[in-house]
Design a protein around this ligand. Structure first.
Ligand SMILES: C/C=C/C(=O)SCCNC(=O)CCNC(=O)[C@H](O)C(C)(C)COP(=O)(O)OP(=O)(O)OC[C@H]1O[C@@H](n2cnc3c(N)ncnc32)[C@H](O)[C@@H]1OP(=O)(O)O
Length: 257
């Protein structure tokens, strides 16, 4: 069964994660998303894409249970690169991609949302990069994108404490465009997408392309280093403890090895 489904209504393509219970980004989900985006890049009718999640969450991040099937640090490094490459493709996509976030956007879920061109959230959505709680680090370019939105100090606090922020705070910090009550999220975001869908696709594409020039060359050094460290951190006992503790639903006990 497919973990994503899509439909297009009046120029707006909705791509929905349907990978219960938490819409985790398994490697299969990342691949399916990549294929769908490639398809819609070619379909002229699609003017705007909205990414959303079925069920309680937008997306709870990379599939933690899948981590136990990987052994070598190079496998983790490759996983990080796979996610980074897909999110880079999203950020450079020639049509606007909007993340419509309810419930949670955590870890890879927030990293995905940060690569989208805009983020609209519910007031009480939880947004965060809690990877240190698992004894690991963000690996889908979150260490590099989060400071661009919220500044270095807040990004540092969010990552080192693993504490998520609420949708309303995300708006104040500039991480999200606006927040709404859950019942109105869909209609409000669709209304914004409708406005964009009426613009000239050429001028929209040119604007999106120009926005990418704000990235510095250090960004690419940063994501390269992030993938390396994402791989090597999985060699630690703490990473095994953190992932096991999540699966066993208990607090991790980190020893520093
Ligand atoms: C490079 C990228 C790296 C990463 O992204 S690492 C992952 C970062 N993400 C996280 O650390 C988030 C982990 N999840 C949570 O903190 C919590 O969960 C939630 C806040 C999302 C929800 O909490 P609650 O409402 O108490 O539900 P629940 O019982 O914890 O979760 C419901 C089911 O969803 C599964 N689940 C949640 N997140 C993930 C995930 N990221 N990967 C795989 N499974 C996940 C759980 O295990 C459980 O499943 P079951 O019902 O079978 O016990």
């Amino acid at each position: 069964m497919s973990a994503l489904y899509s439909e297009t209504i009046q120029g707006i393509t909705f791509i929905t994660f349907n990978n219960p219970p938490a819409n985790a980004l398994s490697q299969g989900v990342l691949q399916e998303l990549s294929q769908l985006l490639k398809k819609y890049e070619e379909i002229e009718e699609t003017r705007v894409i909205i990414l959303k999640g079925e069920g309680r969450f937008f997306c709870a991040g990379a599939d933690i249970k899948e981590f136990t099937s990987l052994q070598q640090s190079t496998q983790y490094e490759n996983l990080a690169k796979k996610g980074q490459n897909l999110f880079e493709y999203i950020e450079n996509y020639p049509k606007p991609i909007i993340a419509m976030i309810h419930g949670t956007a955590l870890g890879g879920g927030l990293e995905l949302a940060m690569s989208c061109h805009m983020r609209f959230v519910t007031h009480d959505a939880k947004l965060g990069l809690p990877e240190l709680q698992l004894g690991i680090i963000p690996g889908f370019a979150g260490t590099q994108r989060l400071p661009r939105y919220v500044g270095a100090a807040k990004a540092c606090e969010m990552m080192l404490t693993s504490r998520p922020i609420k949708g309303t705070e995300a708006v104040t910090l500039g991480l999200a465009n606006a927040s709404y009550h859950e019942e109105e999220l869909h209609s409000k975001v669709t209304a914004i997408a409708e406005v964009i869908a009426k613009k000239s696709p050429s001028s929209v594409k040119a604007t999106l392309e120009l926005l990418q020039y704000t990235k510095t060359s250090r960004y690419y050094e940063g994501v390269e280093k992030e993938a390396q460290l994402f791989g090597s951190v999985f060699n630690t006992e703490d990473a095994k403890e953190g992932v096991t503790a999540f699966i066993e639903k208990r607090e991790p006990k980190f020893v520093g090895k």
